[in-house]
Design a protein around this ligand. Structure first.
Ligand code: PEP
Length: 253
């Protein structure tokens, strides 16, 4: 049975006291209201990870992710954070290949493959993000484009390694725009990606991989999206910054 996962990508938002307030509020409300088996992964700015660890430890449902890591192991790479450093403070997940990293930091499928490798080598599960632009959706084989992102960054992994990866399908045209993919559009892509994984690793492995949807998810859209058979939860940006809204997304079925 694959896991339902709801991850909150805070991006470059929240000052230190606000980050603590949001994380502790989420844990407290979730402890009262969230029933059932759902993993909640908070992805705050890296500078807050150590502090927030203390706040989330009171809930077995919560975990932390970094928003990025270096593809290098250590050394003269000013400003970078290594996967080993994340492991050393007990971080379990890392976002790899968010479209903002691909767009503003020119991260290629090849570089992302290296980041996936180093995360796994350090016992950290990558949340691998993929997705097409509006132009690609309108003018190209958009499913083929996203399948290729997965082939180029993940298909060198063994089945055992792949099972530690979470995939997040995030159409770029839906991120931060208020435009959510319809449940049908998202399900079409998720089913195609699962079939793509099955083609390489077999259906037993593909059935175990959690594929999250991301792109302007709100409490209003989460129920229908998460009810789709191949959508195993969400990666949420803007709506994860408001505790009540995010809790309602976590509770969506
Ligand atoms: C994201 O940053 O991954 C995201 C999906 O953002 P938003 O929910 O704001 O569209």
């Amino acid at each position: 049975m694959r896991k339902k996962i709801v991850a909150g990508n805070w991006k470059m938002n929240k000052l230190a006291d606000e980050a603590v307030a949001l994380a502790s509020e989420l844990v407290n409300i979730a402890n009262d209201e969230v029933k059932g088996d759902v993993k909640v992964i908070l992805c705050p700015p890296a500078i807050y990870l150590t502090t927030l660890k203390k706040y989330i430890e009171t809930s077995p449902n919560f975990a932390l992710a970094a928003q990025n890591c270096s593809d290098k192991a250590s050394g003269a790479f000013t400003g970078e954070i290594s996967a080993a450093m994340l492991q050393s403070i007990g971080i379990e997940y890392v976002l790899i290949g968010h479209s903002e990293r691909r767009q503003y930091f020119a991260e290629s499928n090849e570089l992302l493959a290296a980041k996936v490798n180093i995360a796994l080598e350090n016992g950290i599960s990558p949340i691998f993000c993929c997705g097409e632009s509006l132009d690609q959706r309108q003018n190209e084989d958009y499913i083929g484009f996203v399948k290729n992102q997965i082939s180029e960054s993940l298909f060198h992994l063994s089945a055992e390694q792949l099972q530690k990866v979470v995939i997040a399908y995030e159409p770029i045209w839906a991120i931060g725009t208020g435009l959510t993919a319809s449940a049908e559009q998202a399900q079409e892509m998720h089913a195609a990606l699962r079939a793509h994984l099955a083609g390489k690793y077999g259906s037993e492995v593909a059935e175990e991989i959690s594929i999250l949807y991301g792109g302007s998810v709100t409490a209003a859209s989460a129920d229908e999206l998460f009810a789709s058979p191949d959508i195993d939860g969400g990666l949420v940006g803007g709506a994860s910054l408001k505790s009540r809204e995010f809790i309602n997304i976590i509770k969506a079925r």
